[in-house]
Design a protein around this ligand. Sequence first.
Ligand code: 5AD
Length: 353
Amino acid sequence: MNHCITLLHQLSEHGKLARTEYLHLLAHRKAIAETAMELAREVRRKYYGTDVYIRGLIEVSNICKNDCTYCGIRKSNQNVNRYRLNAEQILSCCRAGYRLGFRTFVMQGGEDGSFTDEFLCPLLRQIKTEFPDCAITLSLGERSSESYRLLREAGADRYLLRHEACNEALYRKLHPETMLHENRMRCLRDLRELGYQVGAGFMVGAPFQTVEDLADELCFLQDFRPQMVGIGPFLPHHDTPFCDYESGSADLTVFLLALIRLMLPNVLLPSTTALNSVVPDGRIRGLQAGANVVMPNLSPEDTRQLYQLYDNKKSSGLESAEEMQKLKESFAAYGYHIVTARGDFRDCPPKKP
Ligand code: 5AD
């Protein structure tokens, strides 16, 4: 127990621990969770005060050429009503979001072959022309180096690509043979080299994931040091091969959020929709464990329910952008304040030395 507390402080000071030390922390999680979260909150306060960054999530397409075993919009799921937003629809999501105070737009979707560079680049330029004070984040999966370069030149600032599993054997259990761990890592390296702010991450409690795997994920993050980290509990989807597996744990997810905040003090760390879907107070619990980003949904109301990566996705009420005011009030009750700044990684030195 005391050793654990020492380790938490070491993590906070040096941003690194040994794999065995992460295993030790994970083994004693229940006893130290409260302390870990308090320390994480302190670090968060030092770097970000009470600020919470908001990102407007636009789910641009649920068409996907991949067949990830866990994902509800996998190619072989015949029961999905597939949709794709056109450029005008995406722009109107941005306009609605801008009026609500959003200064980051996240275009997320399946690996839809129609999202060519020829389609995306002019759209990115148009968004940047209309909203020069906004950041654009893409989350469109694996692409070629050349494509990432063109998209970056056209105005994309950030890219979210969860690595899903740093252990290749586990990665293979979660993905079809056509998807290579090596290519995933190549993508992350390319994105970083091209000057994107890069987000990596994984699901917590994915089928076959062990506590050793989680220690490996933490080691991966401390070496790669991404600017953003997205983690959330695995949630089963009824039309996937993983339909009968249990959901990942909210407690374990928030504990990992706290460790990640200690490891990467100024990381942009969302309290994810998946966390908020597995427990009703997930979003605030994420913030209390050191998260500092939330991503309300700006997608058109009728497509939101079609973008189902897992069952019971929270996509109404506070999840919708129309409920911004309620969202603000619910955060204020816990002492957090939504800010409308772009909130780039580099804009965030410690608030006080
Ligand atoms: N449960 C939780 N998260 C999921 N994702 C995909 N399917 C699920 C699921 N069933 C996550 C993946 C992906 C991100 C967009 O959503 O980690 O990278």
